[in-house]
Ligand binder design. Structure first.
Ligand code: NAD
Length: 346
């Protein structure tokens, strides 16, 4: 792999690599951009077939964090780390302690958090060797489960879309179809229900769909039908790449606004939605509530402050939607340009 070519392609930044012989740690910390502040982003702990895949994962994800933090108005740059999960037996505590020392070597240039394959217990281990960690236990100043904050931001983003696209000032009677009612999807249903929205839900786990039915009167829809049901808003809250060649032609509403990361299978799908007259709330703009909550931990956790900032996602999404209408350009491009202009001014 040509590392510098990759760094150029992702417009980097710095990449730090660490191998710790005694614990078997093999880790990468990618710092995409730190003009707005120290890089903040989660740590993945996954098996990778090739080292190259781990490096590219870190580069790609850290770049995404720069955009998410900048658009959310946070004083943070984008970073991400990857620990390659050892194929043989390993001591998890020793491994994460070694990783914590690696973070500490960067003297605050990178602040870590949970991501795929890591959890609260790992963050607690990291905390024993460095202070540059978030997502620790609430008894140690941690911010707790980010999902309710992510859901609050998504609800605010939906309100902005409904105002711009449908001319409605409230969600009363607005029909939202939610794909995936896990952590965020469940809290999103609670938020929407409280605002008087009508809900349809689909989940591979029937118990989760039934809970939304029981608690919020949601109608259960099959997995195959959720993209095509006539509604006002489609909210993808399950996996990435939900918006693709198969699903976009089925969509019967004019707003797509949900929590899932990387919703567009490819950027061109953002153009397809725009061409069909569908207002798409860019994923990293609408789902920033969890990151806002975690960023609050860095300066001393205050739930009310995190909530107040998360609520402003309404303004960000409204701004993107209005610029998109005015310029006739897809929302995903508008969001990227807003970030790039902001960074260029620094
Ligand atoms: P989760 O795993 O708790 O929930 C996902 C739900 O989707 C599960 O209930 C799962 O059964 C369901 N699901 C999976 N495949 C499905 C399918 N094909 N059709 C319908 N349902 C399906 O995850 P989460 O924490 O709620 O996150 C949801 C999405 O939001 C993810 O893309 C995540 O990256 C993104 N996100 C989450 C947060 C957060 O605060 N948790 C923050 C930002 C972005």
């Amino acid at each position: 792999m040509d590392l510098f070519e990759q760094l150029g392609a992702y417009d980097y930044g710095a990449v730090h690599v660490k191998r710790d012989k005694s614990t078997g740690l093999e880790a990468i910390i990618a710092i995409h951009d730190s003009r707005l502040g120290p890089a903040l982003g989660g740590c993945r702990f996954l098996p990778y077939e090739k080292e190259e895949d781990a490096v590219i994962d870190a580069l790609r994800l850290a770049r995404g964090m720069t955009y998410k933090a900048a658009l959310a108005g946070l004083a943070h740059g984008g970073g991400k780390s990857v620990i390659i999960r050892p194929p043989q037996h390993f001591d998890r505590v020793a491994l994460f302690r070694a990783f914590g020392r690696f973070i500490d070597d960067l003297r605050g240039g990178y602040i870590t958090a949970e991501d795929s394959g890591t959890g609260l217990e790992d963050m607690e281990v990291i905390r024993t060797v460095t202070r540059h960690v978030t997502g620790v236990d609430t008894s140690h100043g941690g911010s707790g489960d980010p999902s309710p904050f992510t859901a609050l931001g998504v609800r605010r983003g939906i309100e902005a879309c409904v105002q711009v696209k449908l001319g409605k000032q409230s969600l009363e009677g607005v029909h939202v179809a939610v794909q995936g009612v896990g952590h965020v999807g469940y809290h999103l249903c609670r938020e929407l229900f409280a605002q008087g929205a009508k809900l349809s839900v689909a989940d591979v786990d029937p118990l989760k769909a039934e809970r939304a039915q029981r608690e919020f009167g949601a109608k259960i829809i099959s997995l195959a039908e959720i993209f095509g049901i006539p509604c006002d808003v489609l909210a993808p809250c399950a996996l990435g790449s939900a918006l693709n060649d198969q699903t976009i032609p089925q969509i019967q509403c004019t707003i797509v606004a949900g929590a899932a990361n990387n919703q567009l299978a490819e950027p061109r799908h953002g153009d397809d939605l725009h061409a069909r007259g569908i207002l798409y709330a860019p994923d990293y703009a609408i789902n920033a509530g969890g990151l806002i909550n975690v960023a609050q931990e860095v300066v001393g956790y205050d739930a009310a402050a995190a909530r107040a900032k998360t609520i402003t996602i309404f303004d960000t999404i409204k701004d993107i939607a209005e610029r998109s209408q005015k310029l006739g350009s897809p929302t995903y491009k508008i969001a990227d340009i807003m970030v790039e202009e902001k960074l260029a001014r620094l």
